[in-house]
Design a protein around this ligand. Structure first.
Ligand SMILES: Cc1cc2nc3c(=O)[nH]c(=O)nc-3n(C[C@H](O)[C@H](O)[C@H](O)COP(=O)(O)OP(=O)(O)OC[C@H]3O[C@@H](n4cnc5c(N)ncnc54)[C@H](O)[C@@H]3O)c2cc1C
Length: 540
C-alpha cells in the first residue's frame, strides 16, 4: 500500500528528487509515448503530494490492489495499471490533469459492476471513487448531496432511517452513478421516474480537468446528456438529488416458485397485470416492481429450470392482494411473503448484498432486450433453450434468464425529449446472464446461448426496433439501440462530445464515439471471445 501521507513523511528525500521530475506539459505529444507506462510508484511520488492526505495510490504489488480491482464480472475486464483513490472531490481535477499530462487513460469506478465488453478497451489508471461516500440530507428535507462513489445499500439505509427515500438501482451492491448515468432502473421509478430523473445538479470534472456544475440552469445541454449517456462526458465527483418522504413503514413482498408447466399462465397473467404494455392507470405505482427468472434450484431439479417470481408492493398485504389474485390462482411449488422496511426489500427479493446476484468473480455473459409485452410463445422457446443448454453444459447451472417489470407511471410522466434516456416506452426489461466459473473453453458456447436468447426476444417483438438498456449492454449492439433511433439524439450527443470531450477520453463504457485507439486491447480480447461474430460491428 502506498498511503500517501506516510509516504511523504518517510520518503522526504526521494520526494524531493522526484519533485524535480514532475511532469512537463506535453508540448509535442511525445510524453504520451514516453510516460504513459509510468510505474505506480512514480505516480504516487509525483501525483501523491498534490492530493489530500488520506488519498491512496496502489500499484499491482500493493496488497490493496487486488481488493480495489476485483470485479463483479471478470469476463470483460479493463486493464488496470494503477489505482488512484481520492479522498476529496477536489483531488479529481488534479488526477485528470496529471493523467492527461502523461498520456495515461483514466476511468472512474465505484463498485466495479460494469459488464460491457467495451471496458476491455481500457488500459490505464482506475480512479477509485469509493472514499467519496458522503450522504448529506439537506436541511430543507428536499434533497441529498451524495459523493461520487456512493452505492444503493448505503443510500437506502441512511435515507430511510431519516424518513426519506430516493431513486437508486434495485440491487444493493451496485453503485448509484453507474446505473444513473445511463438512466437507472429501480423500484421507485413508478413514482419518480428513472434514477437520473431525480438529479438536481452534478459536479463534474471534464476531460480537460476542469470542474463544473451542471443542472437545469448551468450547462443544461450537458445536464440533458448526463441523464442517460453520462458515462461519455465526465467524472461525477458529487451530486444533489431530490429526496421524498418515505411513506409507509413497511413494504409487502411475495415470491413464487412455479414449475415449467405453469409458464404460459404466468406470462398471460403478467401481460394482464401490465395491461399489455399500457401501464398507465393499470400497473399502479404502489405495485412497484416484479421480476421473474428461469433458474435452477438444485433441491428441486439440477436439469430443469423453475420460474421464480418476486413482487413488491409499497403498502400492506391487503392492499396488494387484488393485484396478486391472478398469480395466487396459479398453483405454485412454494410461496413466501412478508412485510419489511424498504431497505430490506432487496434482501427478500433476491437482489440484496448477500444474494447470489451480488457474488463477485463469476463470468456473466449477457445480452438484454427491452420489450413492451411478453410474447408467450417466445418465453416458452427461451425456457426450452434454457433447459437444453443446462443439460448440455452443467457448468452453466447458475445462469439466470431475467424478466423485469417496473411500474411505469413515473417514467411515462416525464417528457422523453428532456433527457438522453431514450427508452421510456419499454416497460419490460429482459436479460440473460450465462453464469459460470471463468473457463475460456466455455466462452464460445456462453456467447452463442446468450445471443440466441436475445435474438429470440427481439424476433418475438417484430413491431419494435431492438433496444438495449445501456447498463445491460453486451457492448457490440448498435449505438442507436443504446442511445435512441431518433437521429436528433445521437446528433445532439455527438455535438456535445465535440464540445466537452473532443479527444474522446470517456470512451470505455458503450461509447457514443467508438474508441479509435490503435493500441486498444479491446479488439484482441473481444475477438478472442466473440467467436464467429463481428466484435465492433455495432449491428444487431
Ligand atoms: C448484480 C447487478 C445488478 C444490477 N442492478 C441494476 C439495477 O437494479 N438497475 C440498473 O439500472 N442497473 C443495474 N445493473 C447494471 C448497472 O447499472 C451497471 O452494471 C453499472 O455500470 C454498475 O455501476 P457500478 O458503480 O457498480 O460499476 P463500475 O464498474 O464501478 O462503474 C461502471 C461505469 O460507470 C461509470 N462511473 C461510475 N462511477 C462514476 C462517477 N462517479 N463518475 C463518472 N462515471 C462513473 C464509469 O464509466 C464506469 O465504467 C446491475 C448490474 C449488476 C451486475
Amino acid at each position: 500500500m502506498t498511503r500517501l501521507h506516510r509516504f511523504a513523511v518517510s520518503s522526504a528525500l526521494l520526494l524531493q528528487s522526484l519533485a524535480c521530475a514532475s511532469p512537463e506539459p506535453c508540448l509535442n505529444g511525445l510524453c504520451h509515448f514516453t510516460r504513459n507506462k509510468l510505474a505506480s510508484r512514480t505516480v504516487a511520488s509525483e501525483l501523491g503530494p498534490q492530493l489530500s492526505a488520506n488519498s491512496n495510490v496502489y500499484g499491482p504489488d500493493d496488497t490493496q490492489f487486488g481488493n480495489c480491482t476485483s470485479r463483479y464480472d471478470p469476463f470483460f475486464t479493463p486493464k488496470i495499471q494503477m489505482v488512484v483513490q481520492p479522498d476529496s472531490e477536489d483531488d479529481i481535477p488534479k488526477i485528470v490533469q496529471y493523467a492527461n499530462a502523461n498520456g495515461i487513460p483514466f476511468l472512474a469506478m465505484a463498485r466495479r459492476h460494469g459488464m460491457t465488453s467495451t471496458l476491455s478497451d481500457f488500459d490505464g489508471m482506475q480512479i477509485d471513487m469509493s472514499l467519496l461516500d458522503k450522504i448529506e440530507i439537506q436541511p430543507d428535507g428536499k434533497s441529498v448531496v451524495l459523493g461520487g462513489g456512493v452505492f444503493a445499500k448505503n443510500i437506502m439505509e441512511k435515507l430511510w432511517s431519516a424518513g426519506y427515500v430516493t431513486s437508486s438501482g434495485s440491487t444493493s451492491c451496485v453503485g448509484l452513478l453507474g446505473p444513473a448515468l445511463g438512466g437507472g432502473r429501480g423500484r421507485l421509478e413508478g413514482y419518480y421516474g428513472v434514477v437520473s430523473d431525480s438529479f438536481l445538479k452534478l459536479n463534474v470534472v471534464l476531460a480537460n480537468g476542469t470542474a463544473i456544475t451542471v443542472s437545469e440552469t448551468e450547462h443544461p445541454d450537458l445536464f440533458w446528456a448526463m441523464k442517460g449517456a453520462g458515462h461519455n462526458f465526465g467524472v461525477v465527483t458529487s451530486l444533489e438529488m431530490k429526496i421524498y418522504p418515505r411513506g409507509v413503514d413497511t413494504w409487502y413482498y411475495k415470491t413464487y416458485i412455479w414449475s415449467q408447466d405453469k409458464l404460459e399462465r404466468v406470462f398471460e397473467a403478467s401481460n394482464n397485470f401490465h395491461n399489455d404494455g399500457n401501464h398507465a392507470g393499470h400497473h399502479l405505482k404502489e405495485m412497484a416492481f416484479n421480476m421473474g427468472s428461469y433458474t435452477i434450484i438444485p433441491s428441486i431439479s439440477e436439469t430443469e429450470g423453475v420460474i421464480f417470481w418476486s413482487f413488491v408492493y409499497r403498502g400492506s398485504k391487503e392492499e396488494a392482494q387484488p393485484y396478486l389474485d391472478a398469480f395466487d390462482a396459479i398453483e405454485a411449488v412454494s410461496t413466501e411473503d412478508g412485510n419489511v422496511p424498504y431497505p430490506d426489500i432487496p434482501g427478500v427479493s433476491g437482489t440484496g448484498m448477500n444474494s447470489a446476484l451480488c457474488d463477485y468473480g463469476l463470468n456473466h455473459v449477457h445480452y438484454p432486450a427491452g420489450l413492451k409485452v411478453w410474447n408467450v410463445t417466445t418465453q416458452r422457446q427461451i425456457y426450452d433453450l434454457y433447459n437444453e443448454k443446462i443439460r448440455q453444459y452443467p457448468e452453466f447451472q447458475r445462469t439466470t434468464v431475467s424478466m423485469e417489470d417496473y411500474s411505469h407511471e413515473g417514467v411515462n410522466a416525464i417528457d422523453p425529449d428532456t433527457s438522453a434516456y431514450p427508452w421510456r416506452d419499454r416497460g419490460l426489461l429482459s436479460f440473460i446472464a450465462v453464469t459460470y466459473d471463468p473457463n475460456p473453453s466455455l466462452d464460445e458456447a456462453a456467447i452463442a446461448w446468450a445471443k440466441e436468447t436475445r435474438d429470440l426476444w427481439n424476433a418475438g417483438a417484430p413491431d419494435l426496433l431492438p433496444s438495449t438498456y445501456v447498463n445491460y449492454a453486451h457492448g457490440d449492439e448498435s449505438t442507436e439501440s443504446m442511445y435512441g433511433y431518433e437521429p436528433w439524439r445521437l446528433e445532439k450527443l455527438r455535438g456535445l462530445k465535440a464540445q466537452y470531450d473532443p479527444d474522446n477520453l470517456f470512451s470505455y463504457y458503450n461509447p457514443i464515439i467508438p474508441n479509435q485507439n490503435p493500441k486498444s486491447t479491446h479488439e484482441s480480447n473481444f475477438q478472442g471471445r466473440q467467436i464467429g461474430a463481428k466484435s465492433r460491428g455495432r449491428g444487431q
